[in-house]
Design a protein around this ligand. Structure first.
Ligand code: ATP
Ligand code: MG
Length: 362
């Protein structure tokens, strides 16, 4: 299990592009990936075409009237690839945490209960070294530092590395860092000069993979997809596939290491003592709907923020963790209660309408 922050206080150096496309490339290598959009600009969320009413803010804020768990907010993007979305309200978390004790550990605490579900958790950080970035680094074992070879890109890197070292000294685990050269333009002489400078400065703390300038990376972001989904034969896709391969080869020790073995053992112990919960994802295609909730006897038929479904391009979904049994439910689309049109199992309710039936086996 690896938790990796993608951080650099310099804006526009390829953090989000790396988070989204590395995530997609790892997922296509059969690794379960959760991408946490931890930037109030929500570029990863928007870039993956997700509109989320509740976000990572609702998991971390004590003041939020709409509290949620990480599980509540997660949106499935593709096979093996999930997103914990962000939105602009995350900016207020900085002020909210300003005077709190243990404020650096909020994300770490939130992830600790959850991390066994994934092989990789990637955290897309905002372009500053504020409390959100510090929270992300505290929760991570690794930091990827994307650097675009330009005149000012190398300045400021030592400040970020100082902060990583400082955090590491306070934690009980190591946080390694690796520089990733992004937006490399081989037509430019000075790009080679900066590359040589970075190589001599960072040596083994630098990926051999280089991400070249490629317009498909920009286009895929505007089309709401990773570059793998947009054009898997493009240079951008090949570069991020290479980065994923390099990450996987670096990670063999981590995957086989003590932490992984212990957590697997823990997982077995915990699952032996807890009632088995099954994960089901309920889906509804309803283009044009503004808000959709799922209400049933598993949530006391309540229509609150935690029962809001997450919509992408008119397709709505909600992941539930349920004990074996039989459940009744209905969707609430813009205030109208409807039966699940995709589920033939129905039962007449006391109001003469039909509830959908969900059967979860043992
Ligand atoms: N290799 C690349 N080739 C071409 N365009 C790229 C490349 N990488 C990123 N871009 C484009 O550069 C812009 C900035 O990239 P990105 O959003 O990934 O940076 P960022 O570090 O996350 O920015 P911010 O600091 O604002 O969060 C985007 O428009 C993106 O599409
Ligand atoms: Mg970004």
């Amino acid at each position: 299990m690896r938790i990796i922050s993608i951080a650099n206080q310099k804006g526009g150096c390829g953090k989000t592009t790396t988070a989204v496309n590395l995530g997609a490339a790892l997922a296509s290598n059969n690794r379960k990936v959760l991408l946490i959009d931890f930037d109030p600009q929500a570029h990863a969320t928007v870039g993956l075409n997700v509109q989320a009413k509740i976000s990572i803010y609702n998991c971390l804020s004590k003041l939020s009237p709409e509290k949620a768990t990480l599980q509540d907010i997660i949106v499935n993007i593709d096979n093996n690839f999930d997103l914990a979305p962000s939105n602009i309200i995350l900016t207020t978390l900085e002020q909210e945490l300003a005077n709190e004790i243990g404020r650096e550990n909020h994300l770490q605490d939130t992830l600790s209960a959850f991390k066994n579900d994934y092989d990789y958790i990637l955290i897309d950080c905002p372009p500053n070294l504020g409390i959100l970035t510090v929270n992300a680094i505290c929760a991570s074992n690794e930091v990827i530092i994307p650097v675009e070879p330009s005149r000012f890109s190398v300045e400021g890197l030592s400040r970020l590395i100082d902060i990583i070292d400082l955090i590491q000294n306070r934690l009980n685990h190591t946080v390694s860092h690796n520089v990733l050269v992004t937006m490399f333009d081989s037509r430019l002489k000075y790009a080679f000069r900066i590359l040589a400078e970075l190589r001599s400065k960072f040596r083994e703390c630098m990926f051999s993979t280089i991400i070249h300038v490629n317009v498909k990376l920009k286009e895929s972001q505007s089309s709401g997809s990773s570059v793998m989904g947009f054009d898997k034969y493009s240079r951008g896709a090949k570069d991020y596939f290479s980065l994923a391969k390099e990450m996987l080869s670096m990670g063999k020790q981590v995957e086989k290491g003590t932490e992984f073995v212990v957590s697997k053992k823990m997982r077995e112990l915990v699952s032996a003592h807890l009632p088995k919960l099954n994960k089901v994802t309920l889906k509804l295609d309803f283009p044009g709907a503004k808000e959709v909730y799922i209400a049933g006897d598993f949530n006391n038929w309540s229509k609150d923020p935690s029962s809001a479904m997450i919509g992408t391009n008119g397709s709505w979904n909600k992941r539930l963790s349920l004990k074996p049994g039989q459940y009744h439910y209905r969707f609430v689309v813009d205030g109208n209660w409807i039966t699940d049109p995709g589920n033939p199992l129905q039962e007449k309710n006391p109001y003469g309408e039909y509830d959908s039936l969900l059967k979860i086996g043992a």
